[in-house]
Design a protein around this ligand. Structure first.
Ligand code: ADP
Ligand code: F6P
Length: 323
């Protein structure tokens, strides 16, 4: 018999493909263990406002292949205040919610830790396209996002090549360069600009383009992680200094949508299952993560203190093979 009778599930922060597969796994595992599962809508806002619905086996049918999140998501400034937190705790008590699976990033895990400390055990499941959760090698949605970027840049390459141009492409990632680095290698980018490595565009990127141009290459793809600088300005500078006609492209929120890949569906299903294993025993203040390709769990505080090393070797490889 489980100690716990009712759990909740919510998605928080930016959505990511595979969140639905994680919701499905949480709901089905919870029900299989004889618990009630409450779907909390629009992240922590739903907890504060009591915007929730009891889930059943059929409420998560036909969602494993869909991007987005059927529970909707939000960023909740109110939840960061003590008053907001207390409201959330009271709603949990009223609804009999004894544990919550929180699907989101490190920000959402900070909220999960605050709730756990106030008597509502929470388990975090890493869901973000940015892959920037400090404790996990992988996050739900990253694989789909880099595949989406690859497909879009492949299309862009066609027209870039036809016109002998340089395309300067901005990708998402918040403060991290994982999307840029992984997708950049996959599309054969000439340069990949990420926040983790400082690069002087005038002194490094321009001379590299000029050098490669002299070897006979006439079209170029440059991948720029958001926050590095404006891609329209970078494109203008490249055109001015090299004479290569250049165009900026911002891929934008299309990167966050679409049907999740096998890898994201699989990881989301496993993570949802393991989160409920913990919650059913009344265990909270944990996050689920991937370490050495295996699913593990950590104390939230420890997880948030971890430092995810930047993939220096991968960056070096990208640099070596883009000449
Ligand atoms: P992510 O979870 O993807 O990192 P955010 O940083 O936007 O996304 O956080 C999502 C939500 O988590 C915030 O809107 C807020 O409700 C909650 N949150 C973020 N940071 C904290 C914090 N330091 N303390 C409590 N709650 C937080
Ligand atoms: O965290 C996911 C993410 O898509 C980041 O890559 C990006 O910086 C941010 O969310 C965009 O947020 P919004 O949806 O509020 O524009």
């Amino acid at each position: 018999m489980n100690k716990v009778k009712t759990i909740g599930v919510l998605t928080s922060g930016g959505d990511s493909p595979g969140m639905n597969a994680a919701i499905r796994a949480v709901v089905r595992t919870g029900i299989a263990k004889g618990m009630r599962v409450i779907g909390i809508r629009r992240g922590y806002n739903g907890l504060i406002n009591g915007d929730m619905i009891e889930m059943n086996l059929r409420s998560v049918s036909d969602i494993i292949h869909r991007g987005g999140t059927v529970l909707y998501t939000a960023r909740s400034p109110e939840f960061k205040t003590e008053e907001g937190l207390q409201k959330a705790v009271s709603v949990c008590k009223e609804m009999g919610i004894e544990g919550i699976a929180v699907i989101g990033g490190d920000g959402s895990f900070r909220g999960a830790s605050d709730l756990s400390e106030r008597g509502i055990p929470c388990v975090g499941i890493p869901g973000t396209i940015d892959n920037d959760v400090s404790s996990s090698e992988s996050t739900i949605g990253f694989d789909t996002a880099i595949n989406t970027v690859m497909q879009m840049v492949d299309k862009l390459r066609d027209t870039t090549e036809s016109h002998d141009r340089c395309s300067v492409v901005e990708v998402m990632g918040r403060h991290a360069g994982y999307i840029a680095l992984h997708a950049g290698i996959a599309v054969g980018a000439t340069c990949i600009l990420v926040p983790e490595v400082k690069v002087d565009i005038e002194k490094e990127v321009i001379p590299k383009l000029q050098r490669i141009h002299r070897t006979g290459k006439k079209h170029f793809i440059i991948i720029v992680a958001e926050g590095i600088g404006r891609v329209d300005e970078i494109a203008k500078l490249i055109e001015e200094k090299t004479g290569i006609e250049s165009r900026p492209t911002i891929l934008g929120h299309v990167q966050r949508g679409g049907s999740p890949t096998v890898q994201d569906r699989l990881m989301a299903s496993e993570m949802g299952y393991y989160a409920v294993e913990l919650l059913s025993k009344g265990i909270g203040n944990r996050v689920i993560a991937v370490k050495d390709n295996k699913i593990v769990d950590y104390d939230i505080h420890e997880a948030l203190k971890m430092k995810k090393p930047f993939e220096t070797k991968l960056y070096e490889i990208a640099h070596t093979i883009s000449i």
